[in-house]
Design a protein around this ligand. Sequence first.
Ligand SMILES: C[S@@+](CC[C@H](N)C(=O)[O-])C[C@H]1O[C@@H](n2cnc3c(N)ncnc32)[C@H](O)[C@@H]1O
Length: 226
Amino acid sequence: MIFLRSMISHPRRVGAVWPTSRWAVRDLLGMGDLPQARTVVEFGVGTGVYTGEILERLHPDATFLAFEIEPDLASAVAERLGDDPRLRVINDSAENVEQYLDGAKADYIVSSIPFTSLPAGPRQSILGAAREALKPEGRMLVLQYSTAVLPYLQRLFSPIERRLSPLNIPPAFLFACSVPEGPIQEEEAQESTGSSGLPYALGALALGTLLLLRRRRRRKKRSRPF
Ligand SMILES: C[S@@+](CC[C@H](N)C(=O)[O-])C[C@H]1O[C@@H](n2cnc3c(N)ncnc32)[C@H](O)[C@@H]1O
């Protein structure tokens, strides 16, 4: 319910009506080698579906910074998983990741932020901050509901491994982005022409509102005296 409410208040930022399925979470995390990592960062914790799975795979000495911009979501996850000494749930924008790393660099960034429905400014800042925060051999694992993000990723990362997670609703596109050794090739970094995630965000908002109204109606019915 907190997730749905966040979606209704900030549809472009939340960008989904329900959390990612366990299948897609596992598919995305399977694109990295988390048990070997010592510093892991999550962007867009939501209800913590990745956070719990990451903790299960993480080395006992690892550090895990998990960013969530919505205060209610951040505090719900901190309450549920915050006993784990490796985890720090941070209620701040992912753009500010460097401030929290204390000079360290990340082996992995796991992101489910809806980059294509975000305005260009925050999208560029978050992706730029991610690239700066990664070790040279680090990777950013990204889940999206369309491939529209690809040109933005290609401007900063190379190579980019791609997969599809078909059992998620809707099917999810997965990207494992490496830090390039040299400058990015111009033709790879071409600007996308007008594929915006806004229609998806609006559709998700409409669906979320319907689900919320249906739930409220059911609750009212249940509380009515016979
Ligand atoms: C599509 S939801 C994914 C939530 C969860 N990780 C999942 O997969 O179910 C995107 C999440 O990113 C969060 N978010 C959006 N912009 C953010 C930012 N700049 N910094 C941190 N979190 C952000 C939203 O509040 C939302 O919880």
